[in-house]
Design a binder for this molecule. Sequence first.
Ligand SMILES: Cc1ncc(COP(=O)(O)O)c(C=O)c1O
Length: 406
Amino acid sequence: MTKTPFAPEVARSLLTTYGSPLYVYQETVLRQTLDRITKSIPYKQTQFHFACVTNGSIPLMQIFHNCGWGLHANSPGDVYLGLKAGFDPKQIVYSGSNLNPTEMQQLLDWGLGKFNLDSISQLQLFADVATKTDKIISNLKLGLRLNLPELTGDSRIGVHPDEFPAAAKIARQSGLRLGGLHFYRGTGTNATAAFTQVIQQLIGICQLLPDWEYLDFGGGFGYPYHHDGAAFDWEKFGAELTTALQSLPQSKTLIIEPGRSAVAACGCILATVVAVKWQGEKQLLGVDTTVANLSVPSVHGGYREIVTWEQPVRGEQQNAPNVYPTDVCGNTTYSRDYLGRNCLLPALQPGDIIAILDTGAYGYAMSSHFLHRPRPAEVLITANGEDRLIRKREDYSVLLSNQVFG
Ligand SMILES: Cc1ncc(COP(=O)(O)O)c(C=O)c1O
């Protein structure tokens, strides 16, 4: 079993102070992860941008900022949060999809300078909007998101290289520089080869752009949620990418925009056991959180390891710790309200604490009011060991907000 994220007295004290369930983030873990990722790509012209679709908590985004990272925005809301966190608009790369003209205008008004667009139609809209502003449009950096099924899979996103000449024409006619290629491999694979094998082909595709300046290698880098399973090899990826880019006659900018691989490890959810029942040898733990607080395991079939601080009783026969197949069940009767299935846990009692690990990415950011449970609080354990509330627990009034009724 993976070790617990901090000492039991810390878990208990956090729940006493802030209530249960609780999202907890560790600054030290986040900084260590960023340090590792940053050092893994020695190529000098590399810019790291945090994909805050995974976690929009301002104090965490500020740690990324403080570590010298920029921001990757998937939506105007990502940009809004990034600006509130203190990022300069020029440190934000937009690589989203399907904006309307007002939103396109808003991104330009906010001062963003780098846009990776998803379709010829969005490029045309961008050109129409940008040429009406008083910006010096040659300062804007434009890229295209790539759609090439053998590299990007069966994806709705992106522009096929066959369409590059049409895109180049729109850019040229509007005085815009089309200089970037944005690649997104797809979410969360730990197969390093899936990234390293495509480097040369991507560089070849970049050369089809009229003013190639940068390659945005996207996110989608895996995270080892199964702690004993495969892990994405950042060092191998960084070394191969560096070699390939260094061999080019002119230096190009490399953008990397990790989401889960950067922020998953630093977060966990603490929850309290409220009910226990047994079906034969299987333990059913009822806990005080729900899939609405963490949708990934139930809705997307993801796995998050669940651990506890309670020590298993030693088995009399083999002197082995007694752990049992355990389903960790949420606090509603929704048929999919499982936080984990067939976890191996000791026999627990109401009042015991569990931790759902690696929930820093796509955790709170994907939580909802489905099942009408207000959302938990978020706490940051700072690098000097202090705990700090970074988002308040909601109360029932949130369920009424914006409703209009007599
Ligand atoms: C363009 C782009 N970059 C990066 C990310 C982050 O992905 P991941 O968390 O898999 O690294 C996303 C996720 O939606 C994305 O759409």
